[in-house]
Write a protein that binds this ligand. Structure first.
Ligand code: ADP
Length: 452
């Protein structure tokens, strides 16, 4: 910069010297009688200095015009101090533009991250007007992206629980309220939490807790059901114990009471065993896809156990027909598959009169899948129950289920095992005519022997 100033002084002085020489020369050659040579030189210096200033001012005006209009080009200013000022301003503007573009990019990245959040995010100004919200918040509260910006949040969300939360002005915790899409048939529950921050603004976070609340309700129902299921045989047992203690019974009566007590104890045992099976199914890793088990071996065992169950329950040889294609293997856990298959066979035996037929079949399908079917001619199930049969403790006929040693957990176990083996359970039934339960295993878990 100092060199530019020295150059400026030098050019100004040089122009004046040249003006003085020109004045002196003109006076000497053309107008000797007009003025003395000194005066002419002085006049030449003043006029050239004036011209220099006019030219300088014109450059300054060009720079000023350029700054005012924001043109991209600054032409005709030359390399002097005005040119340098132009260059520097240009560089400053470029640096500034780059910084603005960078922060714009950062802001966009930041907003994209907030947009990707699974939680609803709403930014509110000091008057609780909506400044920005993400897609999730828009679906939680039913906001429209353009229409609802700068609207008062409280005008759009008129839920009484939320209004009370705002009125209390205590944002330590959250408030739970229904979401926009909430209906009686399909409830949607939101947890909304306001976090105030600088300048009276606040950040509102919303989270869909419907599944969490449902899981909580299911857990409570489950505990209540288990307690109820255990309490019933326990009450019966303790009643018998009291009777045995207080009454003097003969041998036959004692025998009868003891066998009834044994039955109740057995019920509790099967309940606990089914509960343990379910919890193992939930907690253990998925069945392997490279360990193959022979289904015909499992079904041989099931047939044997089925005949035994039928004999114990109905005291009669069952009409059990097994049609099993040999050699088919399933990738998975043998114990789980046995439990699923035997639950279906056991149910068919328990819900079918002993003079009717139960047909169990296992065969490979043309598409590479394999189908396990248990078809009975039993009591059947009314259509309204079919969708709920795999719920834990759901029973159509409570007394028949209990009398035949049911726990209400059998089909829940079957569904779990099927899901874990990428298989699908289907149920079809006609009241009074019989039911068909089938499990279809996908080709990925089925190995069929090659026909030679
Ligand atoms: P449970 O131990 O009571 O049999 P499940 O979960 O195995 O429990 O079955 C649920 C309900 O489905 C049973 O209580 C019964 O009402 C009905 N059910 C299951 N299998 C059959 C079947 N083969 N025929 C008629 N009803 C059945």
């Amino acid at each position: 910069m100092a060199s530019r100033v020295l150059w400026r002084i030098f050019t100004f002085t040089l122009v004046q010297i040249l003006g003085a020489i020109l004045g002196f020369w003109l006076d000497d050659h053309y107008f000797p009688s007009l003025a003395s040579p000194i005066t002419a030189a002085l006049a030449g210096a003043v006029i050239s200095g004036y011209v220099w200033h006019v030219l300088d001012l014109s450059n300054a005006l060009k720079v000023m015009h350029w700054l005012r209009n924001g043109d991209s080009q600054l032409d005709g200013v030359g390399p002097g101090i005005w040119g340098e000022i132009g260059d520097r301003v240009r560089r400053l503007v470029r640096t500034h533009e780059r910084a603005v573009a960078l922060s714009e990019d950062r802001l966009q990245d930041f907003l994209s991250a907030l947009q990707a959040s699974p939680n609803g995010i709403v930014l509110l100004d000091g008057q609780n007007r909506i400044e920005w919200f993400n897609q999730t918040a828009s679906s939680h509260f039913g906001f429209a992206p353009r229409r609802d910006l700068l609207q008062h949040f409280g005008n759009l969300v008129r839920d009484p629980e939320f209004a009370a939360y705002i009125a209390a002005n205590d944002f330590q915790g959250d408030v739970v309220m229904p979401g926009r899409a909430n209906t009686f048939a399909k409830p949607v529950r939101l947890s909304v939490h306001i976090h105030p921050y600088g300048g009276g603004r606040s950040l509102l976070l919303s989270r869909d807790i419907t599944a969490l609340e449902q899981a909580d309700a299911m857990r409570r129902d489950f505990v209540a059901n288990v307690s109820h299921e255990i309490r019933t045989p326990l009450t019966v047992l303790s009643g018998f114990v009291e009777t045995l203690q207080s009454l003097s019974l003969n041998e036959a009566e004692r025998e009868r009471y003891l066998s009834l007590m044994a039955l109740q104890a057995m019920r509790m045992q099967s309940l606990v065993s089914d509960l343990l099976t379910l919890s193992r199914l939930e907690g253990s890793p998925l069945p392997p896809t490279h360990e193959w088990v022979s289904v015909s071996a499992i079904l041989d065992q099931c047939e044997h156990e089925g005949r035994e169950l039928s004999r114990v329950l109905w005291n009669q040889a069952p009409q059990l027909v097994f049609e099993v294609q040999a050699g088919i293997e399933i990738a998975g856990y043998g114990l789980e598959l046995h439990s699923a298959f035997f639950n279906l066979i056991g149910n068919a035996i328990r819900y079918t009169p002993s003079d009717k037929e139960i047909r169990v079949s296992w065969e490979a399908q043309a598409d590479g899948s394999a189908l396990f079917v248990v078809k009975d001619q039993g009591v059947g199930i009314a259509p309204e129950h079919i969708g709920r049969l795999t719920e834990r403790f759901y029973r159509v006929d409570r007394s028949r289920s209990r009398d035949t040693g049911g726990t209400g957990l059998g089909l829940a176990i079957v569904k779990h095992v099927a899901q874990r083996h990428s298989a699908e359970l289907s149920i079809s039934s006609k009241l009074g005519e019989g039911s068909t339960f089938s499990i279809r295993f996908l080709p990925t878990r089925v190995k069929v022997p090659e026909v030679i």
